[in-house]
Design a protein around this ligand. Structure first.
Ligand SMILES: [Zn+2]
Ligand SMILES: [Zn+2]
Length: 358
């Protein structure tokens, strides 16, 4: 006790001293923190650390259900340091910059379908590609039949903005020919087709079942012997399973039916039948985590990653509930996606290295 007392007094003095210093020097401390953050974050390019091969970055893993941990859906696939964007949900464009991904290295963007939650961040993506990336050409926007209408609509909606920025910054900073998006439409019909092939990267699209949404596609990226397959929004789909045969990484959407039913029951209980009906409707065009795990097994995928999560899973305490039963359906590694997760697939190996951006 005799030793403890002075120790406690010393700790109290130190704590009090800390509070006084923090109060007196709040401005200086804040200024130093800001300077350190600027040095670390501004203009950084995380692709410098990417391996030769494929790198998959989960930029937004959310869905239309608000989740404080997750932006709307966007996955970025890097072939070396060339970046390819898949879908552009709300907030994902801002996350892209926050994670230190350079807009100037975006070669193309791909849309899986035109549900609002997959395109409601597209305006931001087009703007940043132009203004932050200094693009000399509009964003190349690939998508199934109908992508022209989406690109034209966004181009029109952002036409005034483009004129203001050009007037303000001038053509050297924001080259006028680089604003907006240029659509590249494809029609897969009922089977898989190659939709992009350049400098060793092949992108294949396959129609998936997301009725009544049509067209809707999933994509597979192949580069230097490594591959990632992205489901898009779909029910469990045999065509996607075929496309994903032997893939390194399967990024699959997932809707937990039991959790959604719990939300629906509560909505009914409190007299909100309209929203309850929506909860009843949505499972019919999505895949349960267990069914997605079956797709991973049937395709021989080396790792399964869940993204586009319904409902929101804003705490890791909920993960075991969301993933219930998946371990029995797929014996490989299963990852519940979070914004900023990175999967590196170096060429000439079968490794999948996991890191994280912040
Ligand atoms: Zn959808
Ligand atoms: Zn969706």
């Amino acid at each position: 006790m005799r030793i403890l007392k002075p120790v406690i007094v010393l700790i109290a003095i130190l704590l009090l001293g800390g509070v006084i210093v923090r109060t007196l020097f709040a401005e200086q401390i804040g200024g130093a923190l800001f300077k350190a953050a600027v040095t670390k974050q501004v203009g950084r390019d995380v692709t410098e650390g990417f391996p030769d091969g494929l790198t998959v970055i989960l930029v937004g893993t959310g869905s239309p259900v608000p989740d404080p941990m997750r932006a709307g859906p966007m996955t970025v696939v890097a072939a070396g340091d060339r970046l390819f964007i898949v879908d552009a949900g709300a907030g994902s464009g801002r996350r892209f910059g926050e994670f230190g991904l350079p807009w100037g290295k975006v070669e193309a963007a791909f849309l899986t379908h035109f549900h609002s939650d997959h395109i409601d961040g597209l305006g931001e993506v087009m703007l940043q590609h132009w203004a932050a990336g200094g693009a000399q050409e509009p964003l190349a926007l690939y998508g199934p039949r109908g992508v022209d209408l989406v690109a034209d609509g966004f181009n029109q909606a952002y036409a005034w903005d483009a004129s203001y920025r050009l007037a303000h910054h001038g053509p050297t900073v924001v080259p006028p020919e680089g604003s907006g998006a240029k659509p590249f439409s494809f029609d897969t019909g009922t089977s898989a087709m190659k939709v992009y092939e350049k400098d060793g990267l092949t992108v294949t699209a396959v129609p998936v079942s997301h009725e009544p949404v049509e067209p809707a596609v999933g994509y597979r990226f192949d580069y230097k012997g490594r591959s990632v397959t992205l489901s898009g929004d779909t029910t469990k789909d045999a065509k996607l399973t075929t496309l994903a045969q032997g893939t390194d990484l399967l990024v699959h959407e997932a809707l937990n039916e039991e959790m959604v039913a719990t939300i629906g029951a509560r909505l009914k209980e409190i007299g909100q039948p309209r929203l309850a009906q929506i909860m009843d409707d949505i499972p019919s065009y999505h895949t349960t985590p267990v069914a997605a795990a079956e797709v991973a097994t049937e395709s021989g995928a080396k790792m399964l990653v869940f993204s586009h999560l319904v409902p929101a899973v804003p705490s890791r305490a909920l993960y075991p509930v969301f993933l219930k039963g998946t371990g029995a359906a797929y014996k490989g590694p299963i990852v519940l996606g979070e914004d900023g997760m990175v999967f590196e697939l170096p060429a000439g190996s079968d490794k999948i290295d996991r890191t994280r951006l912040d």
